[in-house]
Design a binder for this molecule. Structure first.
Ligand SMILES: Nc1ncnc2c1ncn2[C@@H]1O[C@H](COP(=O)(O)OP(=O)(O)OP(=O)(O)O)[C@@H](O)[C@H]1O
Ligand SMILES: [Mg+2]
Length: 218
């Protein structure tokens, strides 16, 4: 589904990714941990197309992203990927259902699923509310609904529960796992939390030498 081949990324002469290769399996929910500054967000940003690698390939469904023109790469990301990034926050001037419907709108798909998706994350009947009326945990639920509404094959999440108290984080992670598994998507979740990583099928640690499998009792 997703393969990284010899990815290299340098910022201002400092190498962050040194030739990273990894194959992610379809339907697998993977946690990525690792020291602050090691390049976890950089890696997700490259997969998401927010930044470009210096060399190497990101291969989605057998297609090297670098070989596609900008429009084709954007289309592939928009239809096949879902994002839960703290930087892509829920938009304050849109209602909850409008926020969740955004990926459908961008893909020209019917928007009816947005309301059902809000209900699936425990926000039934809140369609017309605005983000300012929500708690942090509820906001992350909206972000999860939006990331999954267009049934992406790959969900990317960077610290999806970083700002939440442990109980709220637990319920958001249960929801994320349940929705990802129900949809059959693959997911990559970057986290500093062992409790969060324990919700994944397996945990990889990013180090200077690459992505290494670690075994925690999952
Ligand atoms: N746009 C950028 N310009 C310059 N340097 C950058 C940029 N983005 C990241 N870096 C540098 O690359 C390194 C890796 O950053 P990254 O954000 O990927 O780390 P991380 O593993 O996600 O850390 P954290 O756990 O703290 O979120 C850091 O040293 C950072 O300063
Ligand atoms: Mg980061």
């Amino acid at each position: 589904m997703l393969e990284l081949r010899d990815l290299k990324k340098t910022y201002g002469g400092r190498a962050v990714l040194h030739g990273l290769s990894h194959q992610f399996l379809p339907g697998e929910f993977v946690a990525i941990m690792g020291e602050s500054g090691v390049g976890k967000s950089t890696l997700l940003n490259l997969i998401a197309g927010l930044d470009a690698p210096d060399s190497g390939a990101i291969i989605v469904d057998g297609q090297p992203m670098g070989a596609l023109d900008d429009d084709a790469a954007t289309l592939l990301r928009r239809t096949r990927m879902g994002f839960i990034f703290q930087a892509f926050h829920v938009l304050p001037h849109l209602t909850l259902v409008q926020n969740v419907a955004l990926p459908l709108l961008l893909n020209g798909q019917p928007q009816a699923r947005a309301s059902a998706m809000l209900a699936a994350v425990g926000l039934a009947g809140r369609d017309g509310d605005f983000p300012r009326q929500l708690s942090g945990g509820e906001m992350q639920r909206v972000a999860i609904a939006r990331a999954l509404v267009h049934q992406p094959a790959l969900v990317l999440a960077d610290e999806p529960t970083g700002n939440l108290d442990p109980e709220t984080a637990d319920s958001v992670l249960d929801l994320l796992r349940a929705e990802v598994k129900a949809s059959g998507a693959s997911a990559i979740m970057v986290t500093h939390s062992h409790a969060a990583a324990a919700r994944a099928d397996k945990t990889l640690v990013l180090t200077r030498s690459g992505l290494e499998l670690v075994s925690f009792p999952h």
